[in-house]
Design a protein around this ligand. Structure first.
Ligand code: HEC
Ligand code: HEC
Length: 309
């Protein structure tokens, strides 16, 4: 699920883009490529809103307007009360759950600033049509999501002037980490042989399937060469959804679903995986979102998915 860290990474990426385009502008004559970004182009990217309200456009929105918009544009995924439909993320609830084994991190229970909510909705929602909302609509929907979290009263009107004054319950648990930096000293003698150092890539957030790991060799025997070639690709780029069936992705064990899909012919199934497709269950992004894969890689991964038990 979305995490604040991810958002911060995205934001700093945007900042990096903005700065690097400034740096590029100066170097253009040197490289002879690109062009200076116009103020309008920069404004198109420069949409972040900060906790102190900097970056907010003028506007306002009431809870009642927000409720209507939310019902129409958001409730189908996030639920009428922000409880989340199916596996779509909840936006409310989870109070006092952060110390539990399975904390429920929502806007109300976890997010430190209301500005993030405004920014996120403005930037990324509704999921199928990001950046389609007008500022007043974002204000109204933000107000309504705050209301669903019992953070404002029902007659509240959110504006560019009062957003920064909203205190989120978990704000104090975000603080500057002021522990000193520790510097590793470079090893100068009796150092480890670099060729003995193995870098292991792993996917974070996914629990490895131990049983499957153990029976790997046994399993490989029954796989075609194409499928064996596709296994690592599957693990790195497809398992994140197909492993557990995220967002309607068919799992490898769902043989019934695969049999039905294969009725269209393997070529079509592979084409869908390469080019992406919108089916009854959900959206399969082109190449699973990893555009660095070749068509051959994706084809191999599909063979693995179809053959693996
Ligand atoms: C088609 C389904 C869908 C619709 C409609 C939709 N969202 Fe979302 N929303 C998502 C998904 C999926 C995510 C998680 C995205 C991610 O993690 O990258 C999300 C994430 C969010 C989050 C962040 C939640 C968190 O704690 O990580 C907020 C806030 C949000 N949506 C608000 C809205 C609002 C407001 C609307 C209506 C204007 C809306 N969404 C419409 C699917 C939807
Ligand atoms: C973001 C989630 C996601 C990722 C990552 C993902 N898929 Fe999918 N995939 C889906 C969903 C959802 C469907 C089902 C769509 C439907 O039938 O409604 C699907 C369906 C498919 C199908 C069936 C196509 C058909 O014609 O029925 C194939 C094949 C497939 N994915 C291959 C892959 C491969 C190969 C990768 C990795 C390179 C991958 N997927 C990564 C979500 C994902």
């Amino acid at each position: 699920m979305f995490s604040l860290n991810k958002l911060l990474v995205c934001l700093s990426f945007l900042v990096a883009i903005t700065f690097s385009s400034i740096a590029l502008a100066e170097d253009i004559s040197h490289f002879g490529i690109g062009k200076t970004a116009t103020p309008e182009e920069i404004a198109g990217w420069d949409i972040d809103v900060r906790p102190d309200g900097k970056g907010l456009p003028k506007g306002q929105g009431s809870i009642s307007v927000g409720e209507e918009l939310y019902e129409a544009k958001c409730a189908s995924c996030h639920g009428s009360f922000g409880e989340g439909v199916g596996r779509w993320p909840p936006l409310a609830g989870g109070e006092d759950s952060l110390r539990e084994d399975r904390p429920e991190k929502t806007v109300g229970s976890y997010w430190p600033y209301a500005s993030t909510l405004w920014d996120y909705i403005n930037r990324a929602m509704p999921f199928p049509a990001p950046q389609s909302l007008k500022p007043d609509e974002v204000y109204a929907i933000t107000a309504y999501v705050l209301y669903l979290n019992d953070l404002v009263e029902d007659d509240f009107v959110l504006t560019q002037d009062n957003l920064a004054s909203i205190k989120m319950p978990n704000e104090d648990n975000f603080y500057i980490d002021d522990r000193p930096d520790t510097n590793n000293t470079r090893c100068m003698k009796k150092c480890k042989d670099p060729s003995k150092i193995v870098v292991i890539q792993s996917l974070s957030g996914i629990t490895p399937d131990q049983e499957k790991e153990e029976s790997t060799t046994e399993q490989n025997n029954s796989l075609s060469e194409t499928a064996i070639a596709g296994k690592a690709i599957y693990t790195s780029s497809c398992l994140v959804c197909h492993g557990s069936g995220v967002a309607g992705a068919p799992t490898l064990t769902d043989k019934e679903s695969w049999a039905k899909r294969l009725e269209q012919g393997m070529d079509t199934v592979v084409k869908h995986a390469i080019g992406g497709f919108l089916g009854e269950k959900g959206m399969m992004p082109p190449k699973g979102g990893n555009m660095s894969l070749t068509d051959e890689d994706v084809k191999n991964a599909v063979h693995y998915m179809v053959e693996a038990e």
